[in-house]
Design a protein around this ligand. Structure first.
Ligand code: CAA
Length: 692
């Protein structure tokens, strides 16, 4: 018998428990043990029902993702599910935690399902670039109906136990002891001689969904947002098969689609991001260091970032005080926050009482002394070293000893900011991305003096706020913005060489980004970058001229594009085209056609080159950290795995050769292949090999 699965008898009920921490993933040994014990229970005359449950924090949270891409080992998850389904004795899944993916499919193969109240159930495979491969696309719609199944499978989002019960996915919610409740449920099923209806044969909910035209229309709402990902279309095809094929054939088709996807590059990239996300916050000398318990937070600055960060705390249940020296700015900032909440509530995204609770957790003050008892203070004032140092000097005199003082700077030197205090060990960078209450990335910047406790607290707070923390070192623009800077320079260069804003943006959205650099700049406001460039003595040939003409982007209805009043759809503007053509002519640049692939390479390869420099300097510790930063902070398509993973998939020798050609063409020294890129390319290696 496998150690990971055990059995006990409660009179005539066999309770089979999977115990494979941390999340009871269905690895090979679990499948062997489970199949063995289910078969034994079926063959045991003393047993009349079987309960399948899990020890620890959750029911099976899926197949073991580390086994994907390796040769399959028998028995497969499907063989286990089919053995349970074929059992002449009732099999009951007793779920808690997060039954996900293969875990929920296991439960779908059981005759009955019961769950603890806090359980969240889902099929998140789409987030890994695959589809459910253990019958989920066939059994789930038969239990919850096609609309709900489509929403769950195409979004990958789990649903709470109560909703699952209402939809027919869960037969009973067990308050109190789950195992005892499941055993009692099993006894009732036996006593009442309830028929063992197999999920695969329950077609009543599909009968009302046989209108394929309606199905296709609903599915199109999901696939049109796929941005080049293959899994959504495959999920739709598998679901459609539930309506158009006999169940055995449909299950076979689901399996084929799954196997195809799991062997493909997109799923490989998405699995890479799954593990990289979990690695990015791991720092060797911080492992095991206890984070400070954060009960009260403060944010300095009531601007867009400050307000967004305050919302993050309020959403996570932590009271937060926003400080702004100007009473008017404070009132304006708090007003924006309240309006944001009200809009979300009006759209149905937040219950009224929850909205009030969140708003109630945010206090405002103009008096810095009011935050003396905060456990963490995040500064989000104007991006200027002098201003930041002055604020940190004042915070140093007010904030209680032991508290963490963080800066939300997006470029500036954390060490220089820390020097403005008598406690540099308490200072750390926490770089949120705009809008701070939405974007998942948090660059945690470790200064030279940042203590392990401070760093551990910044990471833990990031997790509590629902962010993906990635630890980076001090460097101008840290990791994300330092690489972005190269892309921005290149995007402007492409305009002068022959592209138009829509060509550049179109090439990147075609690659899978949600937005191109020019539409993005218009959204963020061109004046922001203009001010920053001026402060740093930098220029951007086209953007600077647009700003001089008062074209600041969406807020002035004109930027790189034109906007209808109140609308957000960019429209190409002949005036901008003239400006580009004239500027190129003044500089003696002959404009010519540029293909999509060339545009993508020109934008991404210099960034990858900079990523290699960042790795060599130790500013990022792993290539995967850079990938996480780009996927969660800048919309790099997850199915391409982030810039460094993508570079490996293209091949570093090719990238080196192209960069050499770009350096020749543009005369930009930053385009020369960096030493690390050269070394790896010459050795025929990829970035992924750096950790080996
Ligand atoms: N396989 C292998 N390892 C897994 C895993 C899985 N399915 N799920 C989680 N882990 C690992 C994580 O990598 C992490 O490892 P480290 O501690 O070494 O970093 C550890 O388990 C704990 O995970 P989290 O840090 O994510 O813990 P959490 O409590 O924050 O979240 C969770 C738990 C919600 C289950 C989350 O881990 C999760 O979403 N897991 C993935 C679930 C999933 O996608 N399942 C579907 C798999 S595909 C499938 O099942 C295909 C099929 O149909 C046949």
């Amino acid at each position: 018998m496998s150690d990971l699965v055990n059995i006990r008898h409660d009179h005539n009920v066999a309770v089979i428990t999977i115990d494979n921490p941390p999340v009871n993933a269905m690895k090979y040994e679990v499948r062997v043990g489970l199949l063995d014990l289910v078969s034994r229970a079926i063959g045991d005359a003393a047993i009349s029902a079987i309960v399948v449950a899990c020890a620890g924090r959750t029911f099976v949270a899926g197949a073991d993702i580390t086994e994907f891409g390796k040769p399959p080992r028998q028995p497969t998850g499907i063989a286990v599910i089919e053995a349970m389904e074929a059992s002449p004795k009732p099999v009951i899944a007793a779920m808690h935690g997060t039954p996900l993916g293969g875990g929920l499919e296991l439960a779908l193969g059981c005759h009955f399902r019961v769950a603890a109240p806090g359980t969240r159930l889902g099929l998140p495979e789409i987030k890994l670039g695959i589809i459910p491969g253990g019958g989920g696309t066939q059994r789930l719609p038969r239990l919850v109906g096609m609309d709900k199944a489509m929403a769950m499978i195409l979004s990958g989002e789990p649903i709470p136990a109560r909703e699952a019960f209402d939809a027919g996915l869960v037969d009973e919610i067990i308050e109190g002891d789950l195992a005892a409740g499941a055993i009692a449920f099993a006894r009732r099923v036996v006593a009442e001689k309830r028929p063992l209806a197999l999920t695969r044969n329950r077609d009543e909910k599909l009968a009302t969904a046989r209108d394929l035209a309606a199905f296709d229309a609903a599915a199109a709402n999901y696939t049109k947002r796929a941005r080049g990902q293959n899994a959504p279309a495959a999920a739709v095809e598998a679901l459609r098969a539930a309506l158009s094929l006999p169940v055995a054939d449909a299950l076979k088709r689901e399996r084929e689609l799954f196997l195809d996807l799991v062997a493909g590059d997109q799923s490989k990239a998405q699995r890479h991001i799954f593990f990289a996300e979990r690695e990015a916050a791991k720092v060797p000398d911080v492992a095991g260091v206890k984070a400070l318990d954060v009960k009260r937070a403060a944010v300095i600055g009531a601007g867009t970032m400050g307000g967004g960060i305050a919302m993050c705390f309020a959403n996570a249940g932590i009271p937060v005080t926003v400080v702004d020296t100007g009473a008017e700015a404070l009132a304006r900032g708090l007003d924006v926050v309240t309006r944001n909440y009200r809009n979300t509530a009006a759209r149905g995204g937040l219950a009224a009482d929850e909205m009030e609770a969140r708003i109630g957790r945010i206090a405002g003050t103009t008096d810095l002394a009011a935050i003396a008892d905060a456990d963490i203070v995040i500064e989000a004032v104007f991006e200027d070293m002098g201003v930041k140092q002055e604020v940190f000097g004042r915070l140093d005199r007010i904030v209680k000893p032991g508290a963490v003082i963080a800066s939300n700077t997006s470029y500036l030197d954390i060490d220089a900011i820390a020097r403005g205090t008598a406690r540099p060990q308490a200072v750390v960078g926490m770089h949120f991305f705009s809008p701070a209450n939405v974007m998942r990335l948090l660059e945690v910047v470790r200064g030279a003096a940042t203590s392990p406790e401070t760093l551990a607290t910044a990471i833990a707070v990031g997790r509590t706020l629902g962010k993906v923390p990635a630890v980076v070192g001090v460097s101008h623009g840290f990791v994300g913005n330092r690489m972005l800077r190269l892309r921005s320079v290149e995007a402007e260069r492409l305009l002068l060489e022959g592209a138009l804003p829509q060509d550049v943006d179109g090439a990147l959205t075609g690659f899978g980004f949600p937005m191109g650099p020019f539409a993005m700049a218009d959204l963020a406001g061109l004046d922001v970058g203009w001010r920053m460039r001026k402060a740093q003595g930098l220029t951007a040939p086209i953007a600077d001229q647009l700003c001089e003409r008062g074209r600041y982007g969406q807020k002035t209805a004109r930027g790189f594009y034109l906007y209808e009043p109140g609308a957000r759809t960019p429209k190409p503007d002949p005036e901008v085209e003239r400006l580009i053509v004239d500027t190129a002519a003044q500089r003696g640049i002959a404009r010519g056609a540029l293909g999509k692939d060339e545009i993508v390479e020109r934008l991404l390869f210099p960034m990858i080159n900079e990523g290699a420099r960042i790795l060599r300097e130790g500013i990022a510790r792993r290539p995967g950290d850079i990938d996480v930063i780009w996927v969660y902070g800048y919309g790099f398509p997850v199915h391409r795995g982030g810039p460094m993973h993508y570079a490996d998939s293209v091949g570093l020798a090719y990238i080196r050769d192209r960069l050499t050609a770009f350096a020749h063409k543009t005369g930009d020294d930053r385009h020369h292949p960096s030493p690390l890129l050269e070394e790896l390319a010459a050795a025929g290696r990829g970035f992924a090999s750096l950790g080996e």
